[in-house]
Design a protein around this ligand. Sequence first.
Ligand code: ADP
Ligand code: ASP
Ligand code: MG
Length: 450
Amino acid sequence: MKFGGTSVADPEAIGRLIHIVRTQHAKKTAGDAPVVVVSALAGVTDALVAVAQFAEEGQGDRAAAAVRSLEERHVAVAVAITSDDNRARLLDEVRQEFKELAGLVHALAVLREVSPRSRDAVHAVGELVSSRIVAAAFAEQKIPSVWIDARTVLITDDEHNTAAPDMAETCERARAIVAPQIAAGKVVVVGGFIGATANGVTSTLGRGGSDYSAAIFGACLDLAEIQIWTDVDGMLTADPRIVAQPRVVPQLSFAEASELAYFGAKVLHPSTILPAVSKNIPVRILNSRRPENAGTRITADAMPAAGCLTAIACKRDVTVIDITSTRMLMAHGFLRRLFEVFERFKTAVDVVTTSEVSVSVTVDDTRRLEGILDNLHNFAEASCEREMAIICAVGENLRADPSLFGRAVTALDRIPLRLVSQAASRRNITFVLRDSDVAHAMMRLHETFF
Ligand code: ADP
Ligand code: ASP
Ligand code: MG
């Protein structure tokens, strides 16, 4: 059971969390306690990102002030949910964590240098303290529970800031450290998003990574279900921040959920589905404010209602790179050379379209764009266009019903489309267009299909 930032934002939210866990736990037999994975309190990771930024700019005082205000917020929540010994213990833990953070941030501000590894140490504090707070809330309610440091279980590579789990090692540790606690009937509380490298250095899975943590624990422990408790009623037919009143999608397939998550449905971290697929564990998205709602159920073989798409998603602020070369004409090996450049610069390509003499790709991560363009210029002309967006319309029905494609294109009539692609799986249609057109285009598509 993973609870996102808004689902642990304050004492009331933590109260709802306890109620949800207790209700589910009561329905089960002994030895079936859930693992509760928690995010940082709402807004805390953003604040920690700012702290690291201040330190990097040498603004030590601002960084220290931000750390103090975060400490005050956590102390207030800790006091509100505990009493007596529980409170004393929790306050010690919270104060200790912030004392270490303050020391670290001071050092970083003096050096004006924040490496990816130090950044992870700063960012991880949100989940380290939120998980302790939630564990204390369980103890206060006399629910048998135990806090486990995620860094002793979730082992990652050393790509700091976007670390990938070592599944074999993590599963072994989960079975050794977490499983016995579940078997003893204890609710295990663990921070999401964070882990440690094989050498024990704190790492993070990337923004939004708590969903991924939950799926990793679920898969390693062969659990019955992975629940993502959040602030919306499930996977919606479109991003509610762009389209007014999207509907809840009651069920969708792993493949559809992956596409939607990858192309911008923020409710699910894009990697969440991978561990679930490996063990065929259903994933549910549920609203922690309305736990009685059925939410969205994601399984291997869910079939959506006929005649419609499943949902649409969009990924904003992407860059299109156009690569043209007359040498491409009839040449074999051209695409290999081209994609090797992206590989060398560790940059993922999202959408690809080709014609006889040109290839267009989109990238999300532009940190290494200059190097990529320089290298492409060795054998082709290359130019880029920023402020573009991807819209991805997803549905297993696209395969069976060819009219859906036409209806989608018609819905976008007169909106300039830069690239259009339909994958071989024929589970999605992808449009690349100007970012300034994306809201309008999403609304038109949504109106047409939902
Ligand atoms: P949490 O803190 O619980 O992880 P997130 O903010 O990461 O929550 O994800 C939930 C948010 O995702 C929703 O509040 C919503 O604004 C956004 N969102 C974007 N696209 C979708 C979608 N297709 N379905 C549901 N939510 C979406
Ligand atoms: N707290 C982290 C973030 O905001 C991880 C998460 O909430 O999933 O990105
Ligand atoms: Mg999230």
